[in-house]
Design a protein around this ligand. Structure first.
Ligand code: S3P
Length: 447
């Protein structure tokens, strides 16, 4: 079997029952490794997400001279301090991970070192101009092809200058790349964000003692970071990932008699748009045992079967708060009564695959009516009518497309076959085992 392009089959599921933990938060895991690398001394991380994407960040940091290793259940990062990176000997391959490459390019751009970055086929097709443009303003030089895609050779600036940048797209990766670059620049770098995106970098920088300030100006935020300040090590415990929890949550809503509890999930207010949306659709979801850990809101999510889901119009301005959850929301929407309208979602076209067309194409093949526009998707939910399924889905090596259609297969008349499913391990390595332990029937096709 070619593991790189694994095929899985998802068949009918029985009721989901039980209490589970989902894998740790991917965004927070990347940042924990990065900030640990910039601190002087030892940072200890518990519950780091051990997935391919996070390992790409770890490997990139190791190539820049950072000592990172696992002992027992904890990860240790011996930081080199801001400005302490060395030049990598080889190309840094970030695989499938946009967060790894964009944040690492930010780190390198204000250090006097050269590095070349590349990635897998999916990453090589994703836009990098969004980071190349602001990072060039610091004085870094980027050598790339005409459409600004990977591979990219970066020559970090010797004498970087601070920048004031207005974010053109709501992207936490771009914001974080600039903030990380700004740490090694004399003076204050500031970013204006008109649509709020996940603020894990800001929160973690604060807990590491960086000189970071966030001011509100009307609906916008101005985030400024002063460079050359020392950051101190911190102990970090990573909560469960809401973007992974979204899959069992959606399943439990759709499958009769289900009742599950997902423990210890990160519910940062800039990541919880999926929960708000499901509750508006009529899902039976309760948030229990709220707690603050490392400045991040953490809670248990209690979900029971929700037979009366109705289609809704998802507010455009909510999209940054649930950007990774639209594929699985689309599956749920296919079972709701009436249309679900998702507008203002153009960014989905620039993810690990073009997720608007992947969702639209896969649902149509499975017997669901969908209307697709450049930045809008309308799913005509079938309500009480069964969805046919029997489809073959090409996940184009996009983990969230693969997992979303595996969930679809658990409720369709005929099973759904997903090709390119090996990508699941970039974010949710135990997806098949965990979902099967709850009641699903997903199997790996032996070729
Ligand atoms: C991420 C930010 C989002 C998200 C991605 C992880 C991060 O991307 O889709 O999965 O960790 O900063 P954008 O910044 O491109 O919106």
């Amino acid at each position: 079997m070619n593991k790189k392009f694994q095929t899985i089959i998802s068949g009918n599921s029985s009721a989901l029952k039980g209490q589970i933990y989902v894998p740790s938060d991917k965004s927070i895991s990347h940042r924990a490794l990065i900030l640990g690398s910039l601190a002087v001394g030892k940072t200890i991380i518990s519950d780091l997400l051990e997935s391919e994407d996070v390992f790409k960040t770890a490997n990139g940091l190791k190539a820049l001279g950072v000592d990172i290793y696992k002992r027992g259940n904890e990860w240790f990062v011996h930081g080199v301090g801001i400005g302490g990176f060395c030049e990598p000997d080889d190309i840094i391959d970030c695989g499938n991970s946009g967060t790894s490459v964009r944040l690492l390019m930010g780190l390198v751009s204000t250090s006097p070192i050269k590095a070349t970055f590349t990635g897998d086929e999916s990453l090589r097709n994703r836009p990098m101009d969004r980071v190349v443009e602001p990072l060039s303003e610091f004085g870094a030089f980027f050598s790339t092809n005409y459409d600004c895609k990977l591979p990219i050779h970066v020559i970090g600036s010797n004498e970087p200058i601070p920048i004031n940048y207005i974010l053109k797209i709501p992207s936490a990766q771009v914001k974080s790349a600039i903030l990380l670059a700004g740490l090694n620049v004399k003076g204050t770098t500031s970013i204006t964000e008109n649509e709020a995106t996940r603020d894990h970098t800001e929160k973690m920088l604060e807990s590491f003692g960086a000189n970071i300030k966030v001011k509100r100006k009307g609906l916008s935020k101005i985030i400024s970071v002063s460079g050359f300040s020392k950051i101190t090590t911190s102990a970090i415990k990573v909560p469960g990932d809401i973007s992974s929890a979204a899959f069992p949550i959606a399943s439990a809503c759709m499958i009769p008699n289900s009742e599950i509890v997902i423990k210890n999930v990160g519910l940062n207010p800039l990541r919880d748009g999926f929960i708000d949306t499901l509750i508006e659709m009529g899902a039976n979801i309760k948030i229990e045992n709220k707690n603050l850990e490392n400045g991040e809101l953490v809670a248990d999510i209690h979900v029971t079967y929700s037979p009366n889901l109705k289609g809704i119009e998802v507010p455009k301005e909510r999209s940054p708060r649930m950007i990774d959850e639209y594929p699985i929301l689309s599956i749920l929407a296919a079972t709701a009564k009436g249309p679900t309208i998702m507008d203002g979602i153009k960014e989905l076209r620039y993810k690990e695959s073009d997720r608007i067309s992947a969702v639209s194409d896969g649902l149509k093949r499975s017997g669901v009516n969908v209307s697709e526009k450049q930045d809008k998707l309308t799913i005509f939910g079938k309500g009480n009518q069964k969805i046919k399924g029997g489809s073959i889905i090409d996940a184009s090596n996009d983990h969230r497309i693969a997992m979303s259609f595996a969930i679809l297969g658990s409720i369709t008349e005929k099973s759904v076959e997903i090709r390119g499913a090996s990508s699941i391990k970039t974010s949710f390595p135990n997806f098949i085992d965990l979902m099967n332990s709850l009641g699903l029937d997903i199997s790996i096709l032996k070729s």
